[in-house]
Design a protein around this ligand. Sequence first.
Ligand SMILES: Cc1cc2nc3c(=O)[nH]c(=O)nc-3n(C[C@H](O)[C@H](O)[C@H](O)COP(=O)(O)OP(=O)(O)OC[C@H]3O[C@@H](n4cnc5c(N)ncnc54)[C@H](O)[C@@H]3O)c2cc1C
Length: 400
Amino acid sequence: MKSRYDVLVIGGGPGGAVAAGDLAAKGHSVCLVEKRPAIGAPVRCAEGIGKDVLAEFIPPDDRWISAEIKGARLVSPDGTAMTVEQEMAGSKVGYILDRKIFDRELVWQAASKGAEVHVKTRATGAIVEDGVVKGAILETCGQAREVRAGVVIAADGVESKFPRWCGIDSAVPMRELMSCAQYLLTDIDIDPAMTVFYLGNKVAPEGYAWVFPKGDRTANVGVGISSRRSRDGNRARDYLDRFVAARFPEGKTIEYIVGGVSVCRPLPCTVADGLMVVGDAARLSDPITGGGIYNAMRTGRLAAGVASESISAGNCSRAALMAYDQAWRHSKLGKTLERNYRIKEYFITLSDEKLNAIVHSMARINLKDFSVFNLVKELIRHNPRLLLELKGLHDSLKAE
Ligand SMILES: Cc1cc2nc3c(=O)[nH]c(=O)nc-3n(C[C@H](O)[C@H](O)[C@H](O)COP(=O)(O)OP(=O)(O)OC[C@H]3O[C@@H](n4cnc5c(N)ncnc54)[C@H](O)[C@@H]3O)c2cc1C
């Protein structure tokens, strides 16, 4: 490992890997460090991603696709199901990945473009001089060293600490941190081409339970609940155990994971002098679905583009790097995050009766017209007062 690079990337998830690969491809010296001994493991994800957004980054490959998804089903607390089939879901259909292999592939690609990759290497502190981020303290097998860079990209995920060490408050409010538990279950009866989402305060308060197929009789089965609702006997795993006992009593667990997902608004600013923050570290997972793989890759790419220009111009100040912050914030991604945050804030207040009523009426609407706009129209029909609460949102959705 050298003592200086153009760019130091902290974290070898999808956000860090795409940023490192793009920068290396532009000829910059790049070092990516990952604290875990193996890229991609353990997986803390249900592994779902849309086909269209994935295609922006990498052609599909059977080596890291576990299942192809043709539709989605939403199940209300009273068991009513609303199904969105492939032809109605349009671009929403997707894949369930095998992230152990997918994440490795992204990092391999970055390495093959020239990025240096160091696993089992943890950033333990930031080098900040006169308010400017200059690099990081990296620890490998108990040995610490200073590594400097023109730009540091913090891609250190939901448990991100690096921005905090640089003076950015990145704490997630307890109520906006989803606590998740997931089993990889096998020997269960599922539709292998359908993702299923279960709503309801008994199933998953302020969250949902999911079944994401990984093959004919295997699926990621998980539950996410608000951390503020997590207490003895009612933690995410307790909800998951009850869900599995009710629906898949025959299932055999071959993997168990827990993890957090932030469903708050993004960081108010994702750059500082010499620093850029991408993906989950910037709180960019979708507040409704919790999905963040695409957002991490997308912001990794945007950050790489701006970092490259700033390094070439010899100016990596906050003002120069701000082009990255503005690029994602004012793009479709940023607008969708804000809209979905507001919808989520409303959704978590709903009783099971209201959730039932919404799913019942959605099951009746012409699903060829399925969109977030139609969903909000249905919400408003059931609760006219919502029109005031979501002021502005309704109009902005009309543009969809
Ligand atoms: C239960 C669960 C289910 C999910 N399901 C989905 C889903 O179906 N679809 C979807 O799109 N998203 C899903 N997500 C979210 C998704 O996993 C993340 O949004 C995505 O991985 C974010 O990518 P990232 O690169 O920002 O961060 P990560 O993938 O978390 O990568 C960050 C990396 O940084 C490393 N790191 C952290 N600190 C340091 C340090 N100090 N030094 C060095 N390395 C460090 C970590 O070890 C990690 O490898 C789910 C999350 C959970 C918890």
